[in-house]
Design a protein around this ligand. Structure first.
Ligand code: PEP
Ligand code: MN
Length: 295
């Protein structure tokens, strides 16, 4: 007989849907992730300057984002690449948060920094390179902040769910899963966007699922299409890299959208959101525009 999903992912029982738990909604400021609003998290790969961050925060907020992303601690593939501004970057994020009203998600790469980052961030991001760093997962869980858990680049869905289980086991129910592409034999894109993972995670897990089309694609011209696909696959939101001048970005410029590109991406997902019956931030006019667009 065919194995059920519950049997297959038996090592992560609390992450799976059950009679008791069908849907986890993560509350952040005055909104919810995994609820009845599609949530866009947008901002630069790395926090660089006050101007860069503030300009981006204001623009993405106007475009419908709810959360500002930006790395202050950067886990780079090369030890010679820019490693982030650290505490100065966190301070800039806090300023941008106060000015824009956006919530902040930022990465924590060491358990020693968890309490510091948790002072500034509304959501702690665990990056792909740290998905199986269990002492970091435990510390992040114990901070009490919601945790955005990115899938490791060579992690199976079972591995991702085990890491999520570890956070739940440490008493933190507010876990948000993130598909950001995985390494395969294909090298044209930075990663291979595993869209089936989004569909499967939404089917088997009660946790919200966010898609990161930027790291999946590695090329900004592919990001809007992957964003639309993510919505169609059932994602609860997006994590997307946006920079005022991507060609001058200190990290991940090739995959970052400029402001006009961000607006276009947001326009492009509207009809797909409408098909899913979403209410979204700029609702009234945007909704009717979207319904018209899909006939
Ligand atoms: C990031 O979000 O900038 C990042 C480093 O992502 P990942 O951990 O998915 O590579
Ligand atoms: Mn990045």
């Amino acid at each position: 007989m065919r194995e059920t999903w519950t049997q297959r992912f038996a090592e992560s029982p609390d992450v799976l849907k059950s009679k008791r738990r069908q849907h986890t909604v993560v509350k952040v400021l005055d909104f919810e992730i995994g609820g009845d609003e599609f949530i866009t998290m947008a901002g630069p790969c790395s926090v660089e300057t006050e101007f860069q961050l503030m300009a981006t925060a204001n623009r993405v907020r106007r475009g419908g984002a709810r959360i500002l992303r930006g790395g202050a601690f950067k886990p780079r593939s090369s030890p010679y690449s820019f490693q982030g501004l650290g505490i100065d970057g966190l301070r800039m994020l806090a300023c941008a948060r106060n000015e824009s009203g956006l919530a902040v998600v930022t990465e924590v790469i060491s358990e020693d920094d968890v309490s510091l980052v948790a002072e500034y961030a509304d959501i702690l991001q665990i990056g792909a390179r740290n998905m199986e760093n269990y002492s970091l997962l435990e510390a992040a869980a114990l901070s009490g902040r919601p945790v955005l858990l990115k899938r490791g680049m060579a992690a199976t869905i079972a591995d991702l769910l085990r890491s999520a289980q570890c956070i739940l086991d440490n008493g933190n129910p507010n876990v948000i899963l993130c598909e950001r592409g995985i390494r395969t034999f294909e090298t044209a894109m930075r990663n291979t966007f595993d869209v089936a993972a989004i569909a499967l995670l939404k089917q088997i897990s009660h946790l919200p699922v966010i898609a990161d089309p930027s790291h999946a694609a590695g090329h900004r011209d592919l990001v809007p299409a992957l964003a639309r696909i993510a919505v169609a696959a059932g994602a609860d939101g997006l994590l997307v890299e946006v920079h005022p001048n991507p060609d001058k970005a200190w990290s991940d410029g090739e995959q970052s959208l400029d402001f006009a590109g961000f607006d276009e991406m947001m326009d492009g997902i509207e009809p797909y959101l409408a098909l899913r019956g979403y209410r979204y931030s700029q609702c009234e006019t945007a909704c009717s525009k979207a319904i018209e667009a899909v006939g």
